[in-house]
Each structure stands twice: as structure tokens, then as C-alpha cells.
Design a protein around this ligand. Structure first.
Ligand SMILES: [Fe+2]
Length: 267
């Protein structure tokens, strides 16, 4: 069985490019049996939901996803509560949040958005400074557009607990976990980049990686950081599979970028 994984397809930012068509072509050339999407389909559920429907129709294979932080954005304040948007996604049968999806008798996929607890930040900043999500006049947009009505740390703990319950229930199986946020510090943004010693705090949590190692998860699929990387660490195969914004594509060629971003797992 061949499972493809991709994330951060940002269909609104990349609207000048036929991204869904390119992904479906890749599904066929790679002879995939299923596709996993690790979040950031677009900046609004108004775009992400119909896009997921279109992708499901055109892909011709099962497609499962987790939302990313951008999919939770509520620009117009229509919901005022990110939990309502989360529920819209989670209620779909193709959303991994709160579910275990068996790919076959031996392999299960588990997923959730993941969140951040500032554990990828540094001691140079206080908890108070991280809560502001603002540094050198740059604002982390989740602070304006995502309101969980609880602290980042509390929401992260809730997601962590859900993941642990599902992972523990799949003991003895091969496990693929999909999150939008990253779980190990090797996937932070290099701190030499201006302000990233601060903004790394909003990339995920060390506790996800610790959880994956504790339960010997086979694969961790992630997005969010807008680069691509593979890392085998303490028995977990970590894959960051971001397609990114077209402005970040080094080749300028959509098909090539989809090919480079998408990872294939054979089980
Ligand atoms: Fe993204």
C-alpha cells in the first residue's frame, strides 16, 4: 500500500496555480492508494471545505486531513470561537481529528491539528511575552484570527491527550500520526533568521515528539514550518511535507514542487 502525504497547499495564496489538479496527477503517477494532508489547505473554512470536497472527488482514492492553524482563521469574526470551526472539520468523515482510521488490518492513521505550548521558544522571553504573540512589530496572526477561549497550553494539552488515547488504542499496529504542528526541535526555523528565536514558540510542542517515542509511533507527518525535511529520530520517522506559498518555490514549477513536497510511505 502506498500512502502519499502533503501539507500547506494554501489554495487561496496559490490560486493562480492548478494545485488540486497537480496533486491528483501526482497521485496517479505515484500509484497512491491514499493521501494524507497535514493542514493549511487555505486561510478560511469557506475555501478549505469545498476544496476538500473537490479533492476527494478528483483524487479517486481516500483522502484524509487535519486542519492547520490557517484553516482555523476567522478573519471576519464570523464565529468568534475557533472551537466551532474545529467542530465543522472534525465532524467530517475524512477529517482525522478525534478518530482512528484503519488503512488495513496492520496500519492505523491518527491525527489532529496539534497546537503550541511555547516549548520551542527560548528562556530569553517570558511566558507573558509569548502570550502576546507580537515581537518587533510583527504579529503572529493566530492571535487575531484564532480564539480557542482557552490558553494555547490548555488547548495543546487537550489535543495531546486525544492523540495519546488514540495511539494507545492502536498498540501492536503500525501507526502513522498526522499533525499540522511539529513535535521535535529539529523542525524549528533556524534562529539566525530574524525574530525566529521568538516565533519558534508557535510551531508546536516537544510533548508530541515525546509521546510518539513513548508509544513507538512509526511515522509522524507534519507541516506548518514551510520547509521539507525527513528525520529518523529514536525510532520515529518524521516527515515535513510542505508545498508552501508559490512565492517560496525555488523551481517556480508547480509539478516539481508537488513532487518534492509529497512524501510516499509504503506499508
Ligand atoms: Fe502554512
Amino acid at each position: 500500500m502506498r500512502i502519499g502525504a502533503i501539507s500547506d497547499i494554501h489554495l487561496d495564496v496559490n490560486e493562480a496555480y492548478p494545485v488540486i489538479h497537480a496533486i491528483c496527477n501526482r497521485i496517479r503517477t505515484e500509484k497512491l492508494d491514499a493521501l494524507l494532508i497535514a493542514g493549511d489547505i487555505s486561510n478560511s473554512y469557506h475555501t478549505s471545505i469545498p476544496s476538500l470536497n473537490r479533492l476527494r472527488e478528483e483524487a479517486g482514492i481516500p483522502v484524509c486531513f487535519v486542519p492547520g492553524n490557517h484553516d482555523m482563521w476567522d478573519k471576519e469574526g464570523e464565529f468568534g470561537d475557533a472551537r466551532k470551526i474545529y467542530e465543522i472539520y472534525a465532524s467530517r468523515s475524512d477529517c482525522l481529528c478525534g478518530k482512528i482510521i484503519d488503512l488495513n488490518e496492520e496500519c492505523a492513521v491518527i491525527g489532529n491539528i496539534g497546537w503550541y505550548d511555547y516549548s520551542f521558544g527560548t528562556a530569553a522571553y517570558s511566558e507573558e511575552e509569548y502570550r502576546k504573540k507580537e515581537h518587533n512589530e510583527r504579529v503572529w496572526q493566530d492571535s487575531i484570527m484564532v480564539n480557542w477561549h482557552q490558553s494555547d497550553k490548555d488547548f495543546h494539552k487537550k489535543i495531546l491527550q486525544d492523540l495519546e488515547e488514540k495511539i494507545a488504542a492502536c498498540k501492536g499496529k503500525k501507526i502513522i500520526v498526522v499533525t499540522h504542528m511539529v513535535g521535535v526541535p529539529e523542525f524549528k526555523v533556524p534562529e539566525e533568521r530574524p525574530d525566529w528565536d521568538y516565533f519558534n514558540a508557535f510551531l508546536g510542542s516537544r510533548e508530541y515528539g515525546e509521546l510518539f517515542e513513548k508509544y513507538k509511533v512509526d511515522y509522524s507527518i507534519m507541516g506548518h514550518v514551510h520547509y521539507r525535511k525527513k528525520l529518523l529520530k529514536n525510532g520515529v520517522d518524521y516527515r515535513c511535507v510542505c508545498l508552501n506559498y508559490h512565492t517560496e518555490w525555488l523551481s517556480g514549477d508547480l509539478d516539481q514542487e508537488v513532487g518534492e513536497a509529497m512524501q510516499v510511505i509504503e506499508i
